[in-house]
Write a protein that binds this ligand. Sequence first.
Ligand code: FAD
Ligand code: MLT
Ligand code: ZN
Length: 480
Amino acid sequence: MTDQTPTQNAVIAQLRAICGQANVLTHDDPGADLSPWEQDWRKRVKGRSLAVVRPGNTQEVAAVVKACASTNTPIVPQGGNTGLVVGGVPDGSGTQIVMSMTRMNAVRAIDPANLTITVEAGCVLQNLQAAAEHAGFLFPLSLGAEGSCTIGGNLGTNAGGTQVVRYGNTRELCLGLEVVTAQGEVWHGLTGLRKDNTGYDLRNLMIGSEGTLGIITAATMKLYPQPAAQLTAWAAVPSMDAAVQLLGLAHQRLGPGLTGFEVMGQFALSLVDKHYPQLRVPLWQETPWCVLLENSDSENETHARGQFEALLEAALDAGCVTNAVVAENLTQAKGLWHIRESITLAQVQEGQNIKHDISIPVSRIPAFVADTDALLEREVPGVRLVDFGHLGDGNLHYNVQAPKAADGPAFVRTFEDKINTLVFDQVKRFGGSISAEHGVGEQKVNKLPLYKDPTALAMMRAIKQTLDPQNILNPGRVLA
Ligand code: FAD
Ligand code: MLT
Ligand code: ZN
């Protein structure tokens, strides 16, 4: 038996009464293995929970929160556990409840005239996309983890992904929330309204709060018409300056048709080529960078192709592209996207690494990269830079891999703080943000006060204190 206090045993009994015996897992259960809920995706942290509770509806979530609040038991909300900043797993104390939302996965309603879909928080993103498609619409949020991340987690982190350049972050796609507060009250905010000026914007406060202000139980999300045609191109570009020039041309010529603009560095693509040779990465040996572009057209494929070819011709003439391929069909297009989405996994295969999800004004990215590459090479000779990301949004994954023969874990242990400081100082100098996508979690909690405006930070602390005075919702995440 695990050494638990009588209060902790009473909480577990209460949770079992609320959600059912089978939906409260503890280390004392025969053959218990709670690692899927306790280990983060990057395998950087293995926590230990008091219990994993899996509520089946909003009333159960509210009752669980009330039971936890009455005993000061901390709760870590969790969706698909694909987060990259250690925000959705418990700490090592054995005192925190993981609240896994994955049983709450229903599509509650689709309103075609209002162009909205209402889903429960544990709905896997890919299932939400499929439900929208089945109804004849597009739900544009798209990211590499879409097969297992949940809309609750996407909202909790304000996830970005590869369509932000046209449709915005998860925040811009949300029209309403249902939330259980830290006191176990339910806020019924699933309005689906596009206009509502009746006071403070609580929806946007909850989005991106990483489970520290409330537990999202359901959301009303925007739907879009499906494009008539979607084309994907892969271009070799000679420099980051050229990639930014190409982005300008793509905006000019495709307008709102530009739905994806991803940049990928040569070393990042070499890792995909090395670990997944069957994917056949095109053009990666030709130039230091490649760009993946997507054109979504509301007319037809001939129109889309004509526009795309004209864009690429102009780019070749201007010298910002040296070679390009346009996917002939959907299978080829998916193959190109699959290469892009495989960079994260290829990096994992190569060994432990240091990840960044920074943003900088697009115009300043070439200078940032040149400057920061040089600084890093001077300070940590031999480091390998796995740079890629959402250039259309000014968001780079400026990742750092150990030198070739080095021991990955030892490299991370020794250099992570030094490299983070170096990169974040550069981000500040260039007017950027230390997290554009993945959030703060536990990983950047000590860095945030060094880079966030102090007045903004004080307002954040005041909000947290007001909404969660007991500090039971995901303590130690976002704010220390
Ligand atoms: P979890 O990891 O379970 O939780 C993430 C955070 O949200 C935690 O703080 C948690 O407490 C909170 N949370 C979860 N559910 C709720 C809820 N119902 N209410 C309140 N808070 C909640 N991210 C991007 O932004 N863009 C990308 O392109 C991208 N690509 C990725 C590719 C791969 C291969 C992987 C592994 C991850 C990627 N991510 C990306 C990161 C991750 O997928 C996103 O952060 C995603 O939004 C997390 O969803 P999740 O359901 O897995 O949340
Ligand atoms: C991506 O854009 O692929 C992600 O944000 C994941 C990552 O940074 O590895
Ligand atoms: Zn990303």
